[in-house]
Design a binder for this molecule. Structure first.
Ligand code: ATP
Ligand code: MG
Length: 417
């Protein structure tokens, strides 16, 4: 037997209603804030991700699915969405018609150790907003994320965490201070953080290693070293969140490892999923578009992990789609008649699930029950003789016999209106 690849899953029909509910809710919320959908390719040139995500990031160094195509070009399956969106902005000249507000959703690929809420093919949805510089944009984006989480009914276990990463001006001196501090605690750091300390001391702040976390807890905070403009931006953001009555906590350990991420960083975390606690992550990247070869454009975005949201939804229970009408036809002649009647009803837009496996009335009714049908339409031997059909309400068991020429689609549609 050939199975799926490790860390890659089918989304089975019984789980699809949760996915669709999530997708449809997100589309409704994002578009109500003026975002339009962008669909980018599933694979890109490897150098796009090396530049945008960072050649020394965990994602690019250890997690990317990279391959040479038959022409010898190095390509990679996308590990995240922002790189492609920035490429599309520049390639399609959208910097000339700012703001550009887009959302995406779809599969991403990372070679990680699979566990609950962590897969090798997983799904993200996210938004990117180009052109807006002030804290209004940051605050609105967080309000949008929280509105979506509220709408799908999972906000109870969630916390919004924010931080400021400063800018090119104030982060340099802070980085030097942090480096000096971490150096004096070098022995306590993990094997991964110690060698990268000189070029990326910030990464130690969000390392999950025990030793690193203890040291990070005592490290100097970016928040206390912001320049005037960055401090104003952060203060503006917190004032707006407060005015909107959106609860948040400032987490000084929330960082991004790369230089083009600046000022606002935010995350939504949950207490309901164990160690896979990040549901959404976002922030400002005012330097990235220029880094990728475009005109400098301020930008902010976020991505949400859809598997993790679906896990949260399971607790909230999304109703499975139940068939409205389930057609049971016993015997060959009834099957032929049933198919014709079902097509007539479908012509009028009435949803009909016909039992195509056949068998006795009893087995077919059992399947109607298992499918959660609201009404069964039964064509048995007697009905074939009388040219009638038996309509059974599966909720209260009530039955009525209707002549074929009486059960037009209008009559059925009225029952489920
Ligand atoms: P983590 O710390 O959990 O690895 P990350 O920092 O790698 O997260 P981002 O790159 O910021 O995550 O991606 C945004 C969101 O995508 C995460 O908050 C998470 O919900 C989801 N996500 C990331 N990697 C995976 C994965 N392998 N499987 C499922 N969801 C994921
Ligand atoms: Mg990760």
């Amino acid at each position: 037997m050939i199975t799926t690849v490790r860390g890659v899953r089918d989304i089975l029909p019984e789980d699809v209603p949760s996915w669709r509910f999530l997708e449809e809710s997100a589309r409704a919320v994002f578009s109500s804030y003026g975002y339009q959908e962008l669909r980018t390719p599933l694979f890109e040139r490897t150098e796009l991700f090396a530049r945008a995500v960072g050649a020394t990031s965990d994602i690019v160094e250890k997690e990317m699915y990279t391959f040479a195509d038959r022409g010898g070009d190095s390509l990679s399956l996308r590990p995240e969405g922002t790189a492609s969106v920035v490429r599309a902005l520049i390639e399609n000249n959208r910097q000339r018609v700012l703001p550009w507000a887009v959302y995406y959703m779809g599969p991403m690929f990372r070679y990680e150790r699979p566990q609950k809420g962590r897969y090798r093919q997983f799904h993200q949805m996210g938004c990117e907003l180009f052109g807006a510089e002030g804290p209004l944009a940051d605050a609105e984006m967080m309000a949008m994320v929280l509105r979506l989480l509220r709408r799908i009914g999972v906000e109870a276990s969630l916390t919004l965490e924010i931080n400021s990463l400063g800018c090119a001006g104030c982060r340099g001196p802070y980085r030097a201070r942090l480096f000096a501090f971490l150096q004096t605690h070098e022995a306590a750091l993990c094997d991964h953080c110690r060698p990268r300390l000189p070029h990326n001391p910030l990464r130690t702040l969000d390392c999950k290693g025990e030793g690193c976390r203890a040291v990070a807890g005592k490290a100097p905070c970016m928040k206390d070293h912001l320049c005037g403009a960055c401090a104003d931006h952060f203060q503006g953001l917190t004032a707006l969140l407060t005015a909107m009555e959106l609860p948040f906590v400032v987490n000084p350990l929330l960082v991004r490892g790369l230089d083009y991420y600046n000022r606002t960083a935010f995350e939504v975390t949950t207490t309901a999923l164990g160690t896979q606690n990040a549901v959404a992550a976002g922030g400002r990247y005012d330097g990235l578009v220029a880094e990728m070869g475009g005109q400098p454009v301020p930008a902010i975005g976020f991505a949400m992990g859809m598997e993790r949201l679906v896990l949260l939804l399971e607790a909230a229970q999304v109703a499975m789609a139940r068939p409205a009408f389930y057609l049971v036809a016993v015997g060959e002649a009834a099957g032929r008649r049933g198919l014709l009647l079902a097509e007539q009803w479908r012509n009028g837009g009435v949803p009909v699930t016909m039992d195509l496996l056949g068998g006795s009335l009893k087995v077919q009714m059992k399947r109607a029950d298992r499918a959660g049908a609201r009404f069964a339409l039964i064509l048995g031997e007697r009905e074939m003789v009388q040219q009638t059909i038996l309509l059974k309400n599966m909720t209260d068991g009530e039955q009525s016999s209707l002549a074929w020429n009486e059960v037009g689609w209008e009559r059925l549609a009225a029952l489920i209106a």
